[in-house]
Write a protein of this length. Structure first.
Length: 159
């Protein structure tokens, strides 16, 4: 009679690295989860000639107001010459509007009767999705866009 040999099956285990994928969920915040409406100084208005970047002045709702997670409508087209789709804006502060009206283009974000910085969002980076929807806030980079190349387009990385 022949003897049979039995052995344990080969066991292989994968090691889970928590920070590899989980960190993206913690540092990227969809804009719609922060507030229904917030403002950010993203456009320099030079007499209806717009360029991307801060100028300290509160511009019209379609230029600097985020609503339900969507970027300002004027930034999602080339109509005003400031297409922001698929771009990062660094060292931004998010604001809540305190009054119902203001003089667009003449009132400043530093006017505390009109605007109030949102606590915890004083130096963040903002990503505008490729279609203008899907704006993300990045809090962990000290105001800079992420250095991890996989996170440079959060709409792709988090989908």
């Amino acid at each position: 009679m022949e003897k049979k040999q039995y052995s344990k099956p080969l066991l292989a285990a994968e090691r889970f690295t928590p920070q590899e994928f989980m960190a993206a969920c913690e540092v990227f915040i969809p804009a719609g989860k922060i507030s229904n409406v917030f403002w950010a100084d993203m456009v320099h208005d030079n007499g209806y000639s717009y360029s991307l970047g801060k100028d300290g002045y509160i511009d019209s709702a379609n230029m600097e107001q985020f609503h339900d997670g969507s970027a300002p409508t004027a930034l999602m087209t080339t109509s005003y010459g400031v297409d922001a789709r698929g771009r990062w804006f660094e060292h931004m502060t998010l604001y809540r509007k305190l009054v119902t009206s203001h003089n667009a283009g003449s009132d400043r974000y530093t006017n505390t009767r009109i605007m109030s910085p949102m606590s915890g969002y004083e130096d963040v980076a903002i990503y505008i999705g490729p279609a203008g929807v899907g704006a993300y806030i990045y809090k962990e980079g000290g105001g800079a866009a992420p250095s991890n190349p996989d996170w440079m387009k959060p709409t792709k990385a988090l989908s």
